[in-house]
Ligand binder design. Structure first.
Ligand code: ZN
Ligand code: ZN
Length: 580
Protein backbone atom coordinates (compact mmCIF):
# COMPACT_ATOMS: atom_id res chain seq x y z
CA UNK A 1 0.00 0.00 0.00
CA UNK A 2 2.65 2.45 1.08
CA UNK A 3 4.71 1.79 -2.00
CA UNK A 4 1.79 2.48 -4.37
CA UNK A 5 1.11 5.70 -2.55
CA UNK A 6 4.71 6.76 -2.92
CA UNK A 7 4.73 5.98 -6.62
CA UNK A 8 1.60 8.02 -7.19
CA UNK A 9 3.17 10.94 -5.33
CA UNK A 10 6.25 10.69 -7.48
CA UNK A 11 4.07 10.69 -10.55
CA UNK A 12 2.35 13.87 -9.32
CA UNK A 13 5.68 15.61 -8.94
CA UNK A 14 6.93 14.52 -12.33
CA UNK A 15 3.81 15.64 -14.14
CA UNK A 16 4.35 19.13 -12.66
CA UNK A 17 1.48 18.95 -10.20
CA UNK A 18 -1.11 18.94 -12.92
CA UNK A 19 -4.08 17.20 -11.37
CA UNK A 20 -5.68 16.36 -14.68
CA UNK A 21 -2.58 14.49 -15.91
CA UNK A 22 -2.44 12.43 -12.75
CA UNK A 23 -6.01 11.33 -13.15
CA UNK A 24 -5.38 10.26 -16.72
CA UNK A 25 -2.29 8.33 -15.63
CA UNK A 26 -4.15 6.70 -12.77
CA UNK A 27 -6.94 5.65 -15.09
CA UNK A 28 -4.56 4.31 -17.70
CA UNK A 29 -2.80 2.34 -15.01
CA UNK A 30 -6.08 0.88 -13.75
CA UNK A 31 -7.14 0.01 -17.29
CA UNK A 32 -3.85 -1.69 -17.86
CA UNK A 33 -4.23 -3.71 -14.65
CA UNK A 34 -7.58 -4.98 -15.90
CA UNK A 35 -6.11 -5.68 -19.31
CA UNK A 36 -3.34 -7.77 -17.73
CA UNK A 37 -5.89 -10.00 -16.05
CA UNK A 38 -7.68 -10.54 -19.33
CA UNK A 39 -4.32 -11.18 -21.05
CA UNK A 40 -3.35 -13.90 -18.57
CA UNK A 41 -6.79 -15.53 -18.82
CA UNK A 42 -6.43 -15.78 -22.58
CA UNK A 43 -2.85 -17.00 -22.24
CA UNK A 44 -3.99 -19.87 -20.01
CA UNK A 45 -6.51 -20.93 -22.63
CA UNK A 46 -3.67 -21.16 -25.16
CA UNK A 47 -1.43 -23.05 -22.79
CA UNK A 48 -3.32 -25.08 -20.17
CA UNK A 49 -0.13 -26.89 -19.18
CA UNK A 50 1.71 -23.71 -18.40
CA UNK A 51 -1.34 -22.58 -16.40
CA UNK A 52 -1.37 -25.83 -14.47
CA UNK A 53 2.33 -25.56 -13.65
CA UNK A 54 1.64 -22.11 -12.17
CA UNK A 55 -1.18 -23.45 -9.99
CA UNK A 56 -4.13 -22.45 -12.21
CA UNK A 57 -6.15 -25.61 -12.80
CA UNK A 58 -9.27 -24.51 -14.67
CA UNK A 59 -8.08 -26.04 -17.95
CA UNK A 60 -6.45 -29.21 -16.62
CA UNK A 61 -8.69 -31.43 -18.76
CA UNK A 62 -7.56 -29.78 -22.01
CA UNK A 63 -4.81 -31.20 -24.20
CA UNK A 64 -3.99 -28.80 -27.04
CA UNK A 65 -3.34 -30.51 -30.39
CA UNK A 66 -0.21 -28.85 -31.81
CA UNK A 67 -1.43 -28.61 -35.42
CA UNK A 68 -1.32 -25.73 -37.89
CA UNK A 69 -4.72 -24.49 -36.73
CA UNK A 70 -3.24 -24.05 -33.31
CA UNK A 71 -0.28 -22.11 -34.70
CA UNK A 72 -2.78 -19.81 -36.40
CA UNK A 73 -4.61 -19.34 -33.14
CA UNK A 74 -1.39 -18.39 -31.33
CA UNK A 75 -0.31 -16.00 -34.09
CA UNK A 76 -3.79 -14.46 -34.04
CA UNK A 77 -3.57 -13.97 -30.29
CA UNK A 78 -0.16 -12.32 -30.62
CA UNK A 79 -1.38 -9.96 -33.31
CA UNK A 80 -4.53 -8.90 -31.47
CA UNK A 81 -2.70 -8.35 -28.18
CA UNK A 82 0.16 -6.43 -29.78
CA UNK A 83 -2.44 -4.18 -31.39
CA UNK A 84 -4.28 -3.68 -28.09
CA UNK A 85 -1.07 -2.86 -26.31
CA UNK A 86 -0.25 -0.25 -28.93
CA UNK A 87 -3.17 1.78 -27.56
CA UNK A 88 -1.51 2.38 -24.20
CA UNK A 89 0.63 5.43 -23.64
CA UNK A 90 3.70 4.02 -21.93
CA UNK A 91 4.45 7.33 -20.23
CA UNK A 92 1.18 7.09 -18.35
CA UNK A 93 1.96 3.71 -16.84
CA UNK A 94 3.58 3.16 -13.44
CA UNK A 95 7.08 1.68 -13.39
CA UNK A 96 5.65 -1.72 -12.49
CA UNK A 97 3.20 -1.68 -15.34
CA UNK A 98 5.79 -0.34 -17.73
CA UNK A 99 8.07 -3.31 -17.08
CA UNK A 100 5.08 -5.66 -17.30
CA UNK A 101 4.21 -4.08 -20.64
CA UNK A 102 7.70 -4.70 -22.02
CA UNK A 103 7.66 -8.30 -20.82
CA UNK A 104 4.26 -9.04 -22.33
CA UNK A 105 5.31 -7.53 -25.65
CA UNK A 106 8.47 -9.62 -25.59
CA UNK A 107 6.47 -12.79 -24.94
CA UNK A 108 4.21 -12.12 -27.92
CA UNK A 109 7.15 -11.37 -30.19
CA UNK A 110 8.68 -14.60 -28.96
CA UNK A 111 5.55 -16.54 -30.05
CA UNK A 112 5.78 -15.07 -33.54
CA UNK A 113 9.52 -15.73 -33.77
CA UNK A 114 9.09 -19.28 -32.59
CA UNK A 115 6.41 -20.17 -35.13
CA UNK A 116 7.65 -18.20 -38.14
CA UNK A 117 11.43 -18.31 -37.80
CA UNK A 118 12.81 -20.71 -35.18
CA UNK A 119 10.42 -23.52 -36.19
CA UNK A 120 11.65 -25.95 -33.56
CA UNK A 121 8.30 -27.73 -34.00
CA UNK A 122 9.87 -29.13 -37.20
CA UNK A 123 13.33 -30.09 -35.97
CA UNK A 124 12.88 -30.85 -32.27
CA UNK A 125 10.67 -33.96 -31.89
CA UNK A 126 11.26 -33.95 -28.12
CA UNK A 127 8.96 -30.95 -27.95
CA UNK A 128 6.14 -33.49 -28.26
CA UNK A 129 5.66 -35.41 -25.06
CA UNK A 130 2.46 -35.66 -23.04
CA UNK A 131 3.72 -37.54 -19.99
CA UNK A 132 4.96 -34.51 -18.01
CA UNK A 133 1.62 -32.73 -17.86
CA UNK A 134 -0.25 -35.94 -17.03
CA UNK A 135 2.24 -36.71 -14.26
CA UNK A 136 1.65 -33.21 -12.93
CA UNK A 137 -2.04 -34.01 -12.50
CA UNK A 138 -1.27 -37.23 -10.62
CA UNK A 139 1.34 -35.58 -8.36
CA UNK A 140 -0.74 -32.50 -7.51
CA UNK A 141 -2.46 -31.94 -4.19
CA UNK A 142 -4.67 -29.00 -5.21
CA UNK A 143 -7.82 -31.10 -5.65
CA UNK A 144 -9.19 -34.50 -4.63
CA UNK A 145 -7.63 -37.49 -6.38
CA UNK A 146 -10.99 -38.40 -7.93
CA UNK A 147 -11.41 -34.97 -9.50
CA UNK A 148 -7.86 -34.99 -10.77
CA UNK A 149 -8.37 -38.42 -12.31
CA UNK A 150 -11.52 -37.19 -14.06
CA UNK A 151 -9.52 -34.38 -15.66
CA UNK A 152 -6.83 -36.91 -16.54
CA UNK A 153 -9.50 -39.02 -18.22
CA UNK A 154 -10.88 -36.22 -20.44
CA UNK A 155 -7.41 -34.96 -21.26
CA UNK A 156 -6.44 -38.37 -22.66
CA UNK A 157 -9.02 -38.04 -25.47
CA UNK A 158 -6.69 -35.89 -27.58
CA UNK A 159 -3.52 -37.96 -27.21
CA UNK A 160 -3.83 -39.80 -30.57
CA UNK A 161 -4.56 -36.51 -32.41
CA UNK A 162 -1.67 -34.89 -30.56
CA UNK A 163 0.88 -37.40 -31.87
CA UNK A 164 -0.66 -37.37 -35.35
CA UNK A 165 -0.04 -33.61 -35.45
CA UNK A 166 3.51 -34.17 -34.20
CA UNK A 167 4.20 -36.55 -37.11
CA UNK A 168 2.81 -33.98 -39.54
CA UNK A 169 5.08 -31.26 -38.16
CA UNK A 170 8.40 -33.07 -37.81
CA UNK A 171 10.72 -32.56 -40.81
CA UNK A 172 14.43 -33.36 -40.95
CA UNK A 173 14.86 -33.27 -37.16
CA UNK A 174 18.29 -33.14 -35.52
CA UNK A 175 19.68 -36.54 -34.52
CA UNK A 176 20.21 -35.34 -30.95
CA UNK A 177 16.62 -34.20 -30.43
CA UNK A 178 15.31 -37.34 -32.14
CA UNK A 179 17.21 -39.59 -29.73
CA UNK A 180 16.00 -37.51 -26.82
CA UNK A 181 12.40 -37.65 -28.04
CA UNK A 182 12.47 -41.43 -28.31
CA UNK A 183 14.02 -41.92 -24.87
CA UNK A 184 11.80 -39.40 -23.09
CA UNK A 185 8.55 -40.51 -24.69
CA UNK A 186 9.21 -44.18 -23.96
CA UNK A 187 10.32 -43.26 -20.43
CA UNK A 188 7.09 -41.35 -19.91
CA UNK A 189 4.92 -44.40 -20.55
CA UNK A 190 5.34 -45.36 -16.90
CA UNK A 191 3.00 -42.47 -16.03
CA UNK A 192 0.17 -44.23 -17.91
CA UNK A 193 1.15 -47.67 -16.69
CA UNK A 194 2.44 -47.75 -13.11
CA UNK A 195 1.62 -44.26 -11.78
CA UNK A 196 -1.92 -44.22 -13.14
CA UNK A 197 -2.70 -47.69 -11.78
CA UNK A 198 -1.41 -46.76 -8.32
CA UNK A 199 -3.58 -43.64 -8.37
CA UNK A 200 -6.66 -45.57 -9.53
CA UNK A 201 -6.22 -48.06 -6.70
CA UNK A 202 -6.21 -45.23 -4.19
CA UNK A 203 -9.20 -43.46 -5.71
CA UNK A 204 -12.90 -44.00 -4.98
CA UNK A 205 -13.99 -43.80 -8.61
CA UNK A 206 -16.67 -46.24 -9.77
CA UNK A 207 -15.60 -49.47 -11.44
CA UNK A 208 -17.04 -48.18 -14.73
CA UNK A 209 -14.94 -45.03 -14.59
CA UNK A 210 -11.84 -47.00 -13.71
CA UNK A 211 -12.31 -49.34 -16.66
CA UNK A 212 -12.89 -46.39 -19.00
CA UNK A 213 -9.68 -44.74 -17.83
CA UNK A 214 -7.66 -47.94 -18.17
CA UNK A 215 -8.99 -48.54 -21.68
CA UNK A 216 -8.08 -45.03 -22.75
CA UNK A 217 -4.64 -45.31 -21.17
CA UNK A 218 -3.93 -48.27 -23.45
CA UNK A 219 -4.77 -46.13 -26.47
CA UNK A 220 -2.48 -43.42 -25.08
CA UNK A 221 0.40 -45.84 -24.58
CA UNK A 222 0.00 -47.13 -28.10
CA UNK A 223 0.07 -43.58 -29.54
CA UNK A 224 3.28 -42.85 -27.64
CA UNK A 225 4.91 -46.12 -28.74
CA UNK A 226 3.86 -45.47 -32.33
CA UNK A 227 5.43 -42.03 -32.25
CA UNK A 228 8.69 -43.41 -30.87
CA UNK A 229 8.90 -46.17 -33.47
CA UNK A 230 7.92 -43.71 -36.22
CA UNK A 231 10.91 -41.59 -35.16
CA UNK A 232 13.16 -44.65 -35.05
CA UNK A 233 12.24 -45.58 -38.60
CA UNK A 234 12.15 -42.04 -39.98
CA UNK A 235 14.26 -41.71 -43.10
CA UNK A 236 16.22 -38.67 -42.17
CA UNK A 237 18.89 -38.30 -44.82
CA UNK A 238 19.53 -34.61 -44.22
CA UNK A 239 19.07 -34.06 -40.49
CA UNK A 240 19.23 -30.49 -39.35
CA UNK A 241 22.36 -29.65 -37.37
CA UNK A 242 21.83 -29.10 -33.64
CA UNK A 243 23.80 -25.88 -34.10
CA UNK A 244 21.34 -23.02 -34.30
CA UNK A 245 23.41 -20.74 -36.56
CA UNK A 246 24.39 -17.11 -36.06
CA UNK A 247 21.21 -15.27 -37.07
CA UNK A 248 18.66 -17.39 -35.22
CA UNK A 249 20.96 -17.49 -32.21
CA UNK A 250 21.30 -13.71 -32.05
CA UNK A 251 17.53 -13.26 -32.27
CA UNK A 252 16.79 -15.98 -29.70
CA UNK A 253 19.35 -14.43 -27.36
CA UNK A 254 17.61 -11.04 -27.58
CA UNK A 255 14.16 -12.52 -26.94
CA UNK A 256 15.04 -15.02 -24.21
CA UNK A 257 17.62 -13.03 -22.27
CA UNK A 258 16.30 -9.49 -22.87
CA UNK A 259 19.69 -8.02 -22.12
CA UNK A 260 21.14 -4.60 -22.84
CA UNK A 261 24.04 -6.48 -24.45
CA UNK A 262 23.77 -8.60 -27.57
CA UNK A 263 25.04 -12.18 -27.91
CA UNK A 264 28.36 -11.14 -29.43
CA UNK A 265 29.09 -8.51 -26.77
CA UNK A 266 28.44 -11.02 -23.99
CA UNK A 267 30.65 -13.58 -25.71
CA UNK A 268 33.53 -11.10 -25.90
CA UNK A 269 33.04 -10.19 -22.24
CA UNK A 270 33.14 -13.86 -21.28
CA UNK A 271 36.37 -14.39 -23.19
CA UNK A 272 38.13 -11.56 -21.38
CA UNK A 273 36.62 -12.59 -18.05
CA UNK A 274 38.06 -16.08 -18.46
CA UNK A 275 41.53 -14.65 -19.00
CA UNK A 276 41.22 -12.39 -15.97
CA UNK A 277 40.03 -15.24 -13.74
CA UNK A 278 42.92 -17.46 -14.84
CA UNK A 279 45.40 -14.76 -13.89
CA UNK A 280 43.86 -14.22 -10.46
CA UNK A 281 43.67 -17.98 -9.86
CA UNK A 282 47.31 -18.46 -10.75
CA UNK A 283 48.44 -15.87 -8.20
CA UNK A 284 46.42 -17.61 -5.45
CA UNK A 285 47.32 -21.18 -6.42
CA UNK A 286 51.00 -20.31 -6.62
CA UNK A 287 50.79 -18.81 -3.14
CA UNK A 288 48.97 -21.87 -1.74
CA UNK A 289 51.21 -24.43 -3.45
CA UNK A 290 53.58 -25.22 -0.58
CA UNK A 291 50.74 -25.34 1.97
CA UNK A 292 49.03 -28.14 0.04
CA UNK A 293 51.78 -29.72 -2.02
CA UNK A 294 54.88 -29.11 0.09
CA UNK A 295 58.08 -29.54 -1.87
CA UNK A 296 56.48 -31.10 -4.94
CA UNK A 297 58.00 -29.32 -7.93
CA UNK A 298 55.61 -26.82 -9.52
CA UNK A 299 54.44 -27.65 -13.03
CA UNK A 300 55.36 -25.06 -15.65
CA UNK A 301 51.85 -25.00 -17.13
CA UNK A 302 49.90 -22.45 -15.10
CA UNK A 303 46.54 -24.17 -15.65
CA UNK A 304 47.95 -27.50 -14.49
CA UNK A 305 49.33 -25.83 -11.37
CA UNK A 306 45.93 -24.30 -10.56
CA UNK A 307 44.23 -27.64 -11.10
CA UNK A 308 46.49 -29.47 -8.67
CA UNK A 309 45.88 -26.97 -5.88
CA UNK A 310 42.12 -27.05 -6.50
CA UNK A 311 42.16 -30.87 -6.33
CA UNK A 312 43.88 -30.73 -2.93
CA UNK A 313 41.52 -28.13 -1.46
CA UNK A 314 38.51 -30.09 -2.72
CA UNK A 315 39.42 -32.93 -0.36
CA UNK A 316 37.99 -30.79 2.47
CA UNK A 317 34.36 -31.79 2.40
CA UNK A 318 31.48 -33.06 4.53
CA UNK A 319 30.05 -36.59 4.63
CA UNK A 320 26.93 -37.91 2.82
CA UNK A 321 25.15 -38.17 6.21
CA UNK A 322 25.89 -34.58 7.20
CA UNK A 323 25.27 -33.00 3.81
CA UNK A 324 21.79 -31.67 4.63
CA UNK A 325 22.51 -30.60 8.21
CA UNK A 326 25.60 -28.70 7.00
CA UNK A 327 23.37 -26.68 4.69
CA UNK A 328 20.77 -26.13 7.40
CA UNK A 329 23.45 -24.84 9.77
CA UNK A 330 24.70 -22.24 7.31
CA UNK A 331 21.35 -20.53 6.61
CA UNK A 332 21.12 -18.63 9.95
CA UNK A 333 24.83 -17.77 9.69
CA UNK A 334 24.25 -16.16 6.31
CA UNK A 335 21.21 -14.25 7.55
CA UNK A 336 23.12 -12.92 10.54
CA UNK A 337 26.02 -11.87 8.35
CA UNK A 338 23.85 -9.99 5.85
CA UNK A 339 22.21 -8.15 8.77
CA UNK A 340 25.47 -7.33 10.52
CA UNK A 341 27.03 -5.94 7.34
CA UNK A 342 23.83 -4.09 6.43
CA UNK A 343 23.78 -5.53 2.91
CA UNK A 344 20.00 -5.64 2.53
CA UNK A 345 16.86 -6.17 4.60
CA UNK A 346 15.68 -9.77 4.99
CA UNK A 347 12.04 -10.27 5.94
CA UNK A 348 12.04 -12.65 8.95
CA UNK A 349 8.36 -13.54 8.51
CA UNK A 350 9.00 -15.69 5.42
CA UNK A 351 11.41 -18.37 6.60
CA UNK A 352 13.12 -20.77 4.28
CA UNK A 353 12.49 -24.46 4.96
CA UNK A 354 15.36 -26.84 4.21
CA UNK A 355 14.12 -30.31 3.29
CA UNK A 356 15.24 -33.52 1.64
CA UNK A 357 14.14 -33.26 -1.99
CA UNK A 358 10.78 -34.95 -2.58
CA UNK A 359 10.83 -38.27 -4.45
CA UNK A 360 9.31 -36.94 -7.64
CA UNK A 361 12.28 -34.55 -7.97
CA UNK A 362 14.92 -37.12 -7.14
CA UNK A 363 17.95 -37.10 -9.37
CA UNK A 364 17.08 -33.81 -11.04
CA UNK A 365 19.38 -31.45 -9.19
CA UNK A 366 21.67 -31.46 -6.17
CA UNK A 367 20.02 -28.43 -4.65
CA UNK A 368 17.17 -26.19 -5.72
CA UNK A 369 14.59 -23.73 -4.46
CA UNK A 370 10.84 -24.45 -4.71
CA UNK A 371 8.92 -21.23 -4.46
CA UNK A 372 5.18 -20.80 -4.12
CA UNK A 373 3.48 -19.98 -7.39
CA UNK A 374 1.39 -16.85 -8.09
CA UNK A 375 -1.84 -18.62 -7.11
CA UNK A 376 -0.43 -19.97 -3.89
CA UNK A 377 1.56 -17.09 -2.45
CA UNK A 378 1.42 -18.02 1.23
CA UNK A 379 2.87 -21.49 0.82
CA UNK A 380 6.34 -22.28 2.12
CA UNK A 381 9.54 -21.74 0.21
CA UNK A 382 11.66 -24.89 0.25
CA UNK A 383 15.35 -25.46 -0.16
CA UNK A 384 15.44 -28.98 -1.65
CA UNK A 385 18.61 -30.88 -0.90
CA UNK A 386 19.34 -34.04 -2.85
CA UNK A 387 19.99 -37.06 -0.68
CA UNK A 388 23.19 -39.02 -1.28
CA UNK A 389 21.81 -42.23 0.17
CA UNK A 390 22.00 -45.09 -2.29
CA UNK A 391 24.91 -43.49 -4.14
CA UNK A 392 28.07 -45.53 -4.63
CA UNK A 393 31.14 -44.50 -2.66
CA UNK A 394 32.85 -43.16 -5.78
CA UNK A 395 29.81 -41.17 -6.88
CA UNK A 396 29.27 -39.49 -3.54
CA UNK A 397 33.00 -38.82 -3.08
CA UNK A 398 33.17 -37.09 -6.44
CA UNK A 399 30.00 -35.10 -5.69
CA UNK A 400 31.25 -34.03 -2.26
CA UNK A 401 34.60 -32.95 -3.69
CA UNK A 402 32.69 -30.77 -6.12
CA UNK A 403 30.53 -29.37 -3.29
CA UNK A 404 33.44 -29.14 -0.88
CA UNK A 405 33.49 -26.98 2.28
CA UNK A 406 34.10 -23.82 0.23
CA UNK A 407 31.80 -24.35 -2.73
CA UNK A 408 28.97 -25.47 -0.43
CA UNK A 409 28.95 -22.00 1.16
CA UNK A 410 28.86 -20.33 -2.23
CA UNK A 411 26.02 -22.64 -3.25
CA UNK A 412 24.06 -21.55 -0.18
CA UNK A 413 24.63 -17.89 -0.99
CA UNK A 414 23.40 -18.57 -4.53
CA UNK A 415 20.33 -20.66 -3.71
CA UNK A 416 19.30 -19.09 -0.44
CA UNK A 417 20.72 -15.99 1.23
CA UNK A 418 20.97 -13.44 -0.24
CA UNK A 419 20.49 -15.26 -3.59
CA UNK A 420 17.34 -16.86 -5.05
CA UNK A 421 15.29 -17.13 -1.87
CA UNK A 422 15.87 -13.51 -0.85
CA UNK A 423 15.16 -12.22 -4.36
CA UNK A 424 11.92 -14.18 -4.32
CA UNK A 425 10.71 -12.68 -1.08
CA UNK A 426 11.28 -9.22 -2.55
CA UNK A 427 9.63 -10.09 -5.81
CA UNK A 428 6.53 -11.36 -3.96
CA UNK A 429 6.25 -7.96 -2.29
CA UNK A 430 5.71 -6.26 -5.60
CA UNK A 431 3.11 -8.73 -6.77
CA UNK A 432 2.61 -8.77 -10.49
CA UNK A 433 1.10 -11.81 -12.12
CA UNK A 434 3.10 -10.95 -15.24
CA UNK A 435 6.45 -10.98 -13.47
CA UNK A 436 5.47 -14.10 -11.55
CA UNK A 437 4.83 -16.05 -14.74
CA UNK A 438 7.26 -14.32 -17.11
CA UNK A 439 10.05 -13.69 -14.59
CA UNK A 440 13.26 -12.96 -16.47
CA UNK A 441 15.67 -15.89 -16.11
CA UNK A 442 18.79 -13.79 -16.69
CA UNK A 443 17.77 -11.37 -13.93
CA UNK A 444 16.90 -14.16 -11.50
CA UNK A 445 20.08 -16.18 -12.15
CA UNK A 446 22.16 -13.03 -12.55
CA UNK A 447 21.12 -11.82 -9.11
CA UNK A 448 22.08 -15.14 -7.48
CA UNK A 449 25.47 -15.12 -9.22
CA UNK A 450 25.97 -11.46 -8.35
CA UNK A 451 25.39 -12.09 -4.63
CA UNK A 452 28.18 -14.71 -4.56
CA UNK A 453 30.75 -12.09 -5.47
CA UNK A 454 29.12 -9.34 -3.44
CA UNK A 455 29.25 -11.47 -0.28
CA UNK A 456 32.90 -12.32 -0.78
CA UNK A 457 33.76 -8.70 -1.54
CA UNK A 458 32.14 -7.70 1.74
CA UNK A 459 34.54 -10.06 3.53
CA UNK A 460 32.42 -13.20 4.01
CA UNK A 461 34.64 -16.13 5.10
CA UNK A 462 37.57 -14.64 3.24
CA UNK A 463 40.67 -16.73 2.65
CA UNK A 464 42.89 -17.49 -0.33
CA UNK A 465 41.21 -20.88 -0.57
CA UNK A 466 37.73 -19.36 -0.58
CA UNK A 467 38.58 -16.92 -3.37
CA UNK A 468 40.32 -19.57 -5.46
CA UNK A 469 37.31 -21.87 -5.19
CA UNK A 470 34.94 -18.99 -5.89
CA UNK A 471 36.83 -18.17 -9.09
CA UNK A 472 36.55 -21.78 -10.15
CA UNK A 473 32.80 -21.68 -9.50
CA UNK A 474 32.45 -18.40 -11.38
CA UNK A 475 34.43 -19.81 -14.29
CA UNK A 476 31.61 -22.27 -14.81
CA UNK A 477 29.11 -19.56 -15.74
CA UNK A 478 31.73 -17.82 -17.90
CA UNK A 479 32.56 -21.01 -19.80
CA UNK A 480 28.85 -21.91 -20.15
CA UNK A 481 28.50 -18.71 -22.16
CA UNK A 482 31.60 -19.33 -24.25
CA UNK A 483 30.55 -22.91 -24.93
CA UNK A 484 26.97 -22.05 -25.88
CA UNK A 485 27.94 -19.30 -28.27
CA UNK A 486 30.87 -21.22 -29.78
CA UNK A 487 28.84 -24.37 -30.37
CA UNK A 488 25.83 -22.65 -31.90
CA UNK A 489 27.56 -19.97 -33.94
CA UNK A 490 31.25 -20.91 -34.29
CA UNK A 491 31.28 -24.64 -35.13
CA UNK A 492 33.14 -25.60 -31.94
CA UNK A 493 33.79 -29.37 -32.00
CA UNK A 494 33.03 -31.73 -29.13
CA UNK A 495 36.72 -32.20 -28.48
CA UNK A 496 37.26 -28.46 -28.23
CA UNK A 497 34.23 -28.09 -25.98
CA UNK A 498 35.30 -30.80 -23.55
CA UNK A 499 38.82 -29.33 -23.59
CA UNK A 500 37.47 -25.89 -22.67
CA UNK A 501 35.53 -27.28 -19.71
CA UNK A 502 38.07 -29.73 -18.32
CA UNK A 503 41.32 -27.87 -18.93
CA UNK A 504 40.27 -24.24 -18.69
CA UNK A 505 37.34 -24.51 -16.27
CA UNK A 506 38.84 -27.36 -14.19
CA UNK A 507 35.77 -29.61 -14.45
CA UNK A 508 35.57 -33.38 -14.16
CA UNK A 509 35.11 -35.26 -17.44
CA UNK A 510 31.66 -36.52 -16.39
CA UNK A 511 30.46 -32.98 -15.71
CA UNK A 512 31.89 -31.76 -19.03
CA UNK A 513 30.23 -34.62 -20.95
CA UNK A 514 26.89 -33.73 -19.36
CA UNK A 515 27.34 -30.09 -20.31
CA UNK A 516 28.16 -31.03 -23.89
CA UNK A 517 24.94 -32.99 -24.12
CA UNK A 518 23.01 -30.04 -22.70
CA UNK A 519 24.49 -27.58 -25.20
CA UNK A 520 23.51 -29.80 -28.13
CA UNK A 521 19.90 -29.84 -26.89
CA UNK A 522 19.40 -26.26 -25.68
CA UNK A 523 20.31 -22.87 -27.06
CA UNK A 524 20.97 -19.55 -25.28
CA UNK A 525 19.79 -20.62 -21.79
CA UNK A 526 23.36 -21.42 -20.71
CA UNK A 527 24.20 -17.71 -21.22
CA UNK A 528 21.63 -16.42 -18.75
CA UNK A 529 23.78 -16.73 -15.60
CA UNK A 530 26.79 -14.81 -16.86
CA UNK A 531 24.76 -12.24 -18.80
CA UNK A 532 22.53 -11.31 -15.86
CA UNK A 533 25.49 -11.20 -13.50
CA UNK A 534 27.53 -9.00 -15.82
CA UNK A 535 24.68 -6.56 -16.31
CA UNK A 536 23.97 -6.21 -12.59
CA UNK A 537 27.62 -5.91 -11.65
CA UNK A 538 28.41 -3.40 -14.41
CA UNK A 539 25.34 -1.35 -13.52
CA UNK A 540 26.32 -1.24 -9.85
CA UNK A 541 29.82 -0.09 -10.70
CA UNK A 542 28.41 2.56 -13.03
CA UNK A 543 26.12 3.93 -10.30
CA UNK A 544 28.94 3.80 -7.78
CA UNK A 545 31.18 5.98 -9.88
CA UNK A 546 28.30 8.36 -10.66
CA UNK A 547 27.19 8.78 -7.06
CA UNK A 548 30.62 8.71 -5.45
CA UNK A 549 30.42 8.86 -1.65
CA UNK A 550 26.61 9.07 -1.79
CA UNK A 551 26.41 5.46 -3.08
CA UNK A 552 24.82 3.10 -0.56
CA UNK A 553 25.05 -0.64 -1.21
CA UNK A 554 22.00 -1.57 0.88
CA UNK A 555 19.84 1.01 -0.85
CA UNK A 556 21.06 -0.15 -4.23
CA UNK A 557 20.14 -3.78 -3.48
CA UNK A 558 16.71 -3.01 -2.06
CA UNK A 559 15.80 -0.61 -4.83
CA UNK A 560 17.05 -3.03 -7.48
CA UNK A 561 14.98 -5.89 -6.09
CA UNK A 562 11.85 -3.76 -5.64
CA UNK A 563 11.05 -3.98 -9.36
CA UNK A 564 10.46 -7.74 -9.22
CA UNK A 565 11.94 -10.23 -11.69
CA UNK A 566 12.10 -7.80 -14.60
CA UNK A 567 14.93 -7.81 -17.16
CA UNK A 568 17.96 -5.92 -15.83
CA UNK A 569 17.94 -3.44 -18.71
CA UNK A 570 14.50 -2.13 -17.71
CA UNK A 571 15.34 -1.97 -14.00
CA UNK A 572 18.45 -0.04 -14.95
CA UNK A 573 16.47 2.36 -17.12
CA UNK A 574 13.96 3.07 -14.34
CA UNK A 575 16.59 3.43 -11.64
CA UNK A 576 18.63 5.84 -13.75
CA UNK A 577 15.50 7.87 -14.49
CA UNK A 578 14.88 8.17 -10.75
CA UNK A 579 18.47 9.33 -10.37
CA UNK A 580 17.68 12.49 -12.33
ZN1 ZN B 1 36.97 -37.34 0.42
ZN1 ZN C 1 20.44 -20.35 -9.73
Amino acid sequence: MKKTFFLLCAAVLISSCNKKDTTVAENTDKQFDAYKEYFVDELWKLSPEWASSQGFHKYDSVLIVPNSANDKRVLGFAKVQLDSMGNYNLEQLSDHNKTDYYMMKNLLEGFVFSINELKSSEWDPSGYNVSGSFAQILNGSYDSLDNRLRNFNIKMNNIPAYYEAAKQNVKNPTREHTDLAIAQNLGGISVFETDLKTALDKSTLSQIEKVEILTKSKVAIKAIQDYASWLQKLENKTPRSFRLGKDLYARKFDLDIQSGYNAEEIYQKAISQKKELHEKMYVLADKLWSKYLGNTPKPSDKLVLIRQVIDEISLQHTTPEKFQSEIEKQIPELTAYVKEKDLLYIDPSKPLVVRKEPDYMAGVAGASISAPGPYDKNANTYYNVGSLSGWSKEESESYLREYNDYILQILNIHEAIPGHYTQLVYSNQSPSIIKAILGNGAMIEGWAVYTEKMMLESGYKNSDEMWLMYYKWNLRTVCNTILDNSVHTREMTKEQGIGLLTREAFQQTAEAEGKWKRVTLSQVQLCSYFTGYTEIYDFREELKSKQGSAFNLKQFHEKFLSYGSAPVKYIKELMLKDEK
